[in-house]
Write a protein that binds this ligand. Structure first.
Ligand code: NAD
Length: 306
């Protein structure tokens, strides 16, 4: 298949590209390298250094004529979105609409969309959260990501473009930014390997559903053939506390310092984990890489890539 991956130079997008190529697909990447890196891009993919908001994006469609789009590009920093709500709407909503309009014009069959389970539901009313849980994003990032799910559905109804929205949990693994503000596993691993003081925000009892990036990339492969018109949570359906992550990484890295606790971050949900029964039944997806294996692989990667 001819597949266009937006954000294919980023953390998750680059793994999606790798897996598509391994599965024998032809892949083109669009990325403006805002957070993405050239070295993440698989050399077998054709790369276009273009912003998804730009009119130039049409040239990619003209040249590549993709059958499927895996749409991973976005601004994805919750805290930044609180101070730049317009920018988040421009990139995440208008950028996606630019893509959708071109998909319509150039006869794209399907769009696979990287949505978020962590930022669309708000503070959970019950756990694990399933897809019927009320949607109450707490920040412009979550609102912008959710808005696109509506557009996908209406392009499906009005123009017959198939879609699958994948609501990702907390994804971790190689190539995640260890200097970012989000991605606690990459941040702690980086700090521990550099022997810097790692700080746990708040009590550390907050829980997230941590899934290894290759499992997330695999869902993007399954969605090529399945899940048309569907929205799916991805996750283990159980949470792991930040304290547990700290302890496990401490052991794996040989870190000697004790945890220091800072103030809790405002506006963050306390516990969230996602029920992924629907993805199991309809996509045939379930996470395969245990937390233990995934953390080991992540630490190994950062030992050589810091
Ligand atoms: P990332 O920042 O590594 O990847 C985003 C990519 O999009 C980067 O390569 C960046 O350069 C590119 N990009 C940003 N703005 C662009 C623009 N205007 N035009 C073209 N390219 C642009 O982040 P990630 O963690 O890999 O996230 C990938 C996707 O997954 C995002 O859509 C994000 O919302 C979603 N997501 C991530 C997580 C997570 O745990 N990391 C959780 C839920 C959802």
């Amino acid at each position: 298949m001819k597949i266009l991956v937006t954000g294919g130079a980023g953390f998750i997008g680059s793994h999606v590209v790798d897996l598509y190529i391994r599965e024998g697909h032809q892949v083109a990447v669009v990325d403006n390298l805002h957070t993405g890196k050239l070295e993440n891009i698989n050399p077998k993919a054709r790369f276009y250094h273009i912003d998804i908001r730009s009119p130039q994006l049409e040239e990619v469609f003209e040249e590549e004529r993709p059958e499927v789009i895996s749409h991973q590009a976005a601004l994805a920093n919750v805290r930044e979105s609180m101070v730049k709500p317009q920018l988040y709407a421009e990139v995440n909503i208008l950028g996606s609409l630019n893509l959708l309009e071109l998909a319509r014009k150039y006869g794209v069959h399907k769009i696979i969309y990287a949505s978020t389970g962590g930022a669309v539901y708000g503070e959970p009313e019950y756990l694990p959260v399933d897809e019927s849980h009320p949607i109450h994003p707490l920040d412009p990032y979550g609102a912008s990501k959710h808005a696109v799910e509506h557009y996908l559905h209406l392009y499906y109804l009005n123009y017959g473009i198939e879609y699958t929205s994948l609501r990702y949990p907390n994804v971790y693994g190689p190539r995640q930014d260890p200097f970012g503000e989000a991605g606690v596993i990459a941040i702690f691993t980086g700090q521990m390997l550099r022997d810097e003081q790692a700080i746990i925000n708040g009590s550390g009892e907050q829980e997230r559903d941590f899934v290894y990036v290759e499992d997330i990339a695999w869902a993007n492969v399954l969605a090529l053939e399945r899940g048309n018109g569907g929205t799916y949570n991805l996750g283990w359906g159980k949470g792991t506390s930040v304290n547990e992550i700290f302890d496990r990484l401490k052991e794996l890295t040989g870190y000697r310092r004790k945890a220091v606790h800072g103030p809790p971050k405002k506006g963050e949900v306390f516990k969230i984990y996602l029920k992924a029964e629907k993805a199991r039944e309809e996509l045939g997806w379930e996470p395969r890489v245990s937390l233990e294996e995934g953390l080991k692989a992540t630490v190994e990667y950062f030992r050589h890539n810091l």
